[in-house]
Design a binder for this molecule. Structure first.
Ligand code: AMP
Length: 282
């Protein structure tokens, strides 16, 4: 099976990217934080269809974690990630050290607005999208991809990155990929590894409630009541809810009227020490 080349320094990355550009080979980038699962590999397959060469970046970005969050315990398994990427279609694994991304004196931050300030993830993780926007802009400038693939699993992030690429005219086409789920509906996530056996049994409730709410809304049920019932069901299952909201699927703003479409349902909830997010289209 073909192994992607592992690159850890900027000069080596720039040489590889320059060679591809010189021979007019298109590239697609799949940014990840590692602990790769089938959701990530689906992004790599999509990247493969969009471009001649595929770069997968693996970088646990400290800038998107608050001091109280799980940066130290975030699952890291580079050997497992490289094994997962063997034969996946990835040509290059970009694995920078933290000092390569944030050398001493690093002092620049991109602070996104629009979909990054709508009262969803941004309300509960106020540091998050500036950290994401800064590292993603940096990855784009380092890798100079024609396209970059992001999962709908992080739906708000997909919208923030799309706005970032457009607003700064970064020359990268942002492609969204559907959520990959376990057979019981739980959205795949590196953080699922934190769940105890008991919590793992409860976790699919989040998607069941979302699917149930979407079904009811699509069949004409009154929206506020459906969302209220959904919030209660998530609480009853044992989660501590951050939010369950129905939003305009494009702007992520609250629905302006009963005719405001398309609708996306977005949820974040904590189960023990694990914070899970998910979303569905109505
Ligand atoms: P992460 O490593 O969690 O930062 O995720 C890297 C990329 O993979 C992001 O674009 C995520 O949205 C995407 N991703 C993570 N989990 C899934 C999933 N279950 N289905 C689709 N995309 C995913």
């Amino acid at each position: 099976m073909t192994q992607p080349r592992i690159v850890r320094t900027l000069p080596a990355l720039h040489r590889a990217v320059a060679r591809w550009r010189a021979t007019r080979q298109t590239t697609a980038l799949v940014p990840t934080m590692g602990a790769l699962h089938q959701g990530h590999l689906a992004l790599v397959r999509l990247a493969r269809r969009r471009a001649r060469k595929v770069i997968v970046s693996i970088f646990v970005n400290p800038a998107q974690f608050a001091p109280s969050e799980d940066l130290a315990s975030y699952p890291r398994n580079l050997a497992g990630d490289l094994a997962a990427l063997a034969g996946s279609g990835a040509d290059l694994a970009w694995v920078p050290a933290t000092e390569t991304m944030y050398p001493p004196g690093f002092a620049t931050r991109i602070v996104p607005g629009g979909p990054a300030s709508v009262g969803l993830e941004d309300k509960f993780r106020p540091h998050f999208f500036a950290g994401v926007a800064t590292v993603v802009a940096k990855l784009f400038l380092q890798c100079r991809p024609d396209a970059a693939i992001f999962g709908e699993k992080d739906y708000q992030q997909l919208k923030v990155v799309t706005a970032l690429a457009n607003d700064l005219a970064l020359g990268v086409t942002i492609v969204g990929a559907p959520v990959v789920r376990e057979p019981d509906g739980l959205a795949m996530s590196s953080r699922n590894a934190y769940l105890s056996a008991q919590e793992r049994a409860v976790a699919p409730t989040l998607h069941q409630v979302l699917a149930d709410c979407a079904h009811k809304i699509a069949h004409g049920a009154e929206l506020a009541g459906v969302i209220e019932q959904g919030r209660a069901a998530i609480g009853r299952a044992g989660f501590v809810l951050d939010y369950l909201e129905a939003r305009n699927a494009e702007t992520l703003l609250p629905l302006a009227s009963a005719l405001d479409r398309p609708i996306r349902l977005l949820v974040a909830a904590r189960l023990g020490r694990t914070r899970l997010i998910d979303n569905v289209a109505v």
